[in-house]
Structures are given as structure tokens and as C-alpha cells.
Design a protein around this ligand. Structure first.
Ligand code: ZN
Length: 319
């Protein structure tokens, strides 16, 4: 029956003579709009100019308010694909803005609490990969961020940033730029770029040791601890690390936390065989500072050694 109703004559009369829109004809015949368009093509009837809608139309304030009142509280979206396409077509080539402050405020309010779904986030992220941002845009972004405090980042975010930067090789010019930017930077302190002689460092260290320290409490620090923390010990560790190529002697791990161990003669053995009973004596004991008596271990491998954190006396009984 529809087929009869949709004869060329019928459609021609409705569409061309009576100027009915396709949607109305479709409704009257009880078919989809696309059917009408298909017939139009089939019968070679020219389509009328696309509907220009509200283009260029200026509504009175009253009309605007009426529309606004009618739409208030109505949930926008989710739009159908056709609807979204229509909106996109209508907005194409149209310049929005500059937006009024009021408009901006409204947009801001409407977006408050809005969260993209994980899927959308991934889509956005994918679309951004490999995109090169123009210098102009970068300058604008930089200006917008200026003075704004970033962070503190969540642990997850920190890890992501760290992963992203790992293994990055800076060009020489980049390094120079960083160096230039930091030069004269008061925040970095007076010592920036200064290399003190060993003698100077020793003097600085001696100047705040023991009685000379503002918080001296009568020498309660264990002797072994102060030996381990001394400048000489720190320098010895550095030398052993460099000698061991900054990697665990047993499993080959590089980076992370590396321990430096007295080996084959352990710290405890040296301590007791030399009968160390003062800091000065330890500093002048060559056995402690012999770089060939040292090894580099990662935390895990060190914990698995027999001598790890063994009380000095207990270890000696075994030795
Ligand atoms: Zn290891």
C-alpha cells in the first residue's frame, strides 16, 4: 500500500507542489524519512534547498526567554549521532567568541563536576600522541600556567612522570640552557657549581663535629655510627662505587639503592682487630679506607649475606 502511495505523482505533488517537508510526508505515509529521500532520488525529483533554520534570524528578548524557560531543567543529551552531526554542521565555520564573561561563567558552571569517562580519556590521549604544539600555543599555555602552583602530584602521577623521563638524553644545547637558567639562582644557594677541596671539606666537617656541634649531647653517638657517617667513609664509599661500576657485584643491578660493604675483611673485624676506641684512631686506620677491601651490593643481595646487620660481638665469636 505504501508503495502505491509513494508513487512519483504522489511525492511530486506533496514535495514540490505543496512544498511539504520530507519529514511530514514520511509521517503521513508512516515510513522513515530516508525512504522519502530514496524515492526522491529514484524518481529524479530535485531536493529542495537545505533548510536554513535559524540562520541569521534574530529573536526578540521575549522569544529568547520563552525558549530558555521551556528548556530549563531539561537534560541535554546524550544526543543521537544525527543530532550531533546537525549541530556540528550548523556550527561549522561559525566563529564563537569572544565569549562574554557571563557566557564563560555559565560554561564553567555547566562543566563543574564533569568527568570524562576512562574511554574518552584514552581517546583524547591517543589523539594527542605525536601532535606538535605550535610555539604560539606553547607560549599561551605557559602564560596561563605562570604563577600557578603545580602539584603535589599523586604518587601514581609522579611515577608516570618519572617513567616518561627515564632514559631521556638531553642535547648539549639543552644542557647548556639549563645551566644558564640556573646560573646565579639564589634558591640553589651559594655553593652551586663550587667545588671545594678535600681539605676544605674536612675542615667544614671538623668544625661541626662533637663538642662544636650546637646539639652536642655529651658524645652519645655510637662510635661505629660516627665512623660510618664520617666524611672519610663517604668518600671511601664513592670510590668503591666507582670502582665497582655502580652495579651490584652479585646480580648486576644498577641504580636504585646500592650498599657498599667492607669485604673480605668486614667492618667488625677491622674494628676489633685494630682495637679501635676513638674516632681519631679510626680515621687514621688504613684498613678501613682501603678501597680494595670493599664491594658493591644491592639491598637484597646485601641482606642475604651472613654479616648483614650482625651485632659486632656476635659476629666476632663466629669469626
Ligand atoms: Zn644484587
Amino acid at each position: 500500500m505504501n508503495r502505491i502511495k509513494l508513487s512519483r505523482e504522489y511525492i511530486y505533488e506533496a514535495y514540490i507542489v505543496n512544498e511539504k517537508p520530507a519529514s511530514q510526508i514520511a509521517k503521513e505515509c508512516g515510513v522513515a524519512m530516508s525512504t522519502i529521500y530514496n524515492r526522491l532520488r529514484e524518481y529524479d525529483i530535485p531536493r529542495s534547498e537545505p533548510h536554513t533554520g535559524m540562520c541569521g534570524k534574530h529573536l526578540s528578548e521575549e522569544a529568547k526567554q520563552k525558549i530558555s524557560a521551556k528548556l530549563k531543567g531539561r537534560k541535554k543529551g546524550p544526543f543521537t549521532l544525527a543530532h550531533r552531526r546537525a549541530i556540528s554542521c550548523a556550527l561549522k565555520g561559525k566563529k564563537r567568541g569572544p565569549l562574554s564573561e557571563e557566557h564563560k561563567q555559565k560554561l564553567r558552571e555547566a562543566k563543574q563536576g564533569f568527568r570524562h569517562s576512562e574511554e574518552t580519556k584514552q581517546k583524547i590521549s591517543k589523539a594527542q600522541i605525536g601532535k606538535i604544539i605550535s610555539k604560539e600555543t606553547r607560549r599561551k599555555q605557559s602564560l596561563a600556567r605562570k604563577g600557578k602552583k603545580i602539584g603535589p602530584h599523586s604518587l601514581d602521577r609522579c611515577r608516570k612522570i618519572s617513567d616518561g623521563l627515564r632514559g631521556r638524553k638531553l642535547s648539549i644545547s639543552h644542557k647548556e640552557n639549563i645551566s644558564k637558567a640556573l646560573r646565579g639562582n639564589k634558591k640553589c644557594g651559594w655553593a652551586l657549581g663550587k667545588h671545594l677541596t678535600m681539605e676544605h671539606r674536612q675542615k667544614l666537617s671538623d668544625g661541626i663535629r662533637g663538642k662544636k656541634h650546637y646539639n652536642w649531647q655529651g658524645g652519645i653517638t655510637k662510635l661505629t655510627l660516627s665512623i660510618r657517617r664520617s666524611l672519610k667513609s663517604r668518600e671511601w664509599k664513592k670510590a668503591v662505587l666507582a670502582q665497582g661500576n655502580y652495579q651490584c657485584e652479585q646480580c648486576g643491578q644498577r641504580g636504585d639503592v646500592l650498599h657498599v660493604d667492607h669485604y673480605p675483611k668486614s667492618f667488625a673485624t677491622i674494628f676489633h682487630t685494630n682495637k679501635i676506641d676513638s674516632f681519631e684512631q679510626a680515621m687514621s686506620c688504613d684498613d678501613f679506607w682501603d678501597t680494595s677491601n670493599g664491594r658493591v651490593l644491592c639491598r637484597e643481595c646485601h641482606e642475604n649475606t651472613e654479616t648483614y646487620k650482625q651485632p659486632i660481638q656476635k659476629h666476632l665469636i663466629g669469626a
